[in-house]
Ligand binder design. Structure first.
Ligand code: FMN
Length: 315
């Protein structure tokens, strides 16, 4: 599994598994001189934790980490920043009854076919716990962006609270749409061919677990517009390069795969079986809720990288 890094200049590498000893991120390429503390990163992590909304599981999963390197007397030194989150003791027992079943909507069957091994307790690298590392790195990226007066905010556009209440009562789940807006971007970020800004944003968003679609500006709705209408819209990018106007993107998340309703499945050997979520498992009716800060972090990682690259583009 060779691909655990993301970015060119501001480059992150994440490591660890959900039921291992720790997860973490190494950030390479963060400029020196940025004020940075554990508390700032931990505050960002708290926004991703479950229990922040009536529609996320009440389970306590305190993600608190520490900076191990790259910061001296409260400021970044320019050397790699390592941020480590030690995993709490997890009770892995409730995964036992389902360890030989294909989990509908989850990655265990493809992992086993590809690698021949799968950490059935929490999904290993497939676990969305990995996104905590992206949020930690995103918090640093956002601080660099703030230095250049760039801000990013994301919110949940869909579903509504009513829809969530209904689906939760049924033990089922819903997909969702997260929208982010980046403001204060200078004109000129992104390259015109393989590193188009929207292409890198799409790659970032679709690298997240459960994401199935990405659009920018008018997105898919542009197909039913006329050129005369579409040309009048403000565009965050043109030719893959930021225009200086607010950049708006939307990310579609699939419905949470782990639901309380029994589902037809097979054993890993292909025999028919029924999948029932083990007693005590968490049930989040919509993963998009917890993905909001993660989308914000990924947008920050793409934009900080483009911004730093742009500083060496011409004399
Ligand atoms: C922040 C976040 C939290 C998630 N939490 C859950 C969860 O509680 N239950 C679940 O079934 N899937 C959850 N997922 C999605 C699964 O990790 C994902 O669907 C699964 O690994 C399969 O990957 P794929 O959907 O990209 O194919 C979450 C995703 C994110 C981004």
């Amino acid at each position: 599994m060779a691909t655990n890094s993301f970015g060119n200049i501001f480059r992150i590498t994440t490591f660890g598994e959900s039921h291992g000893k720790a997860i973490g991120v190494v950030i390479d390429g963060c400029p020196a001189g940025l004020e940075l503390s554990d508390d700032e990163i931990n505050a960002a992590l708290a926004l991703r934790a479950p229990g922040n909304s009536p529609f996320t599981s009440k389970r306590k999963e305190p993600d608190v980490g520490e900076i191990l390197s790259g910061v001296f007397e409260g400021k970044t030194t320019g050397s790699p920043i390592c941020f480590l989150i030690r995993n709490q003791d997890h009770n892995s027992a409730h995964y036992e009854p389902i360890k030989d079943l294909v989990r509908p909507g989850h990655a265990n069957s493809t992992y086993i076919q590809k690698y021949g091994v799968f950490d059935y307790r929490g999904g290993g690298r497939a676990s969305a716990r990995e996104t905590a590392c992206r949020v930690a790195a995103g918090a640093v990226a956002k601080k660099v962006l703030a230095h250049y007066c760039v801000s990013i905010t994301a919110c949940l556009k869909q579903p509504t609270e009513d829809q969530l209440t209904h689906v939760m009562a049924e033990g089922d789940s819903l997909g969702g749409i997260i929208e982010f807006v980046a403001e204060g971007l200078p004109c000129g970020l992104g390259d015109p061919v393989y590193e188009k800004l929207e292409a890198n944003l799409a790659c970032a968003m679709l690298s997240l677990p459960a994401t199935k679609g990405f659009e920018i500006d008018a997105g898919f709705s542009c197909v039913s517009m006329k050129g005369s209408e579409h040309n009048k819209l403000p565009s965050g990018t043109l030719g893959g390069i930021s225009t200086g106007k607010p950049l708006i993107g939307r990310v579609a998340c699939k419905p949470t795969s782990s639901i309380k309703i029994p589902q037809a499945t097979t054993t890993l050997e292909g025999k028919p079986a029924t999948f029932v979520l083990p007693e005590g498992s968490r049930h989040d009716p919509c993963v998009a809720i917890r993905a909001v800060p993660v989308v914000e972090a990924m947008a920050a990682l793409v934009l900080v990288d483009a911004l730093l690259l742009n500083r060496c583009v011409r004399l």
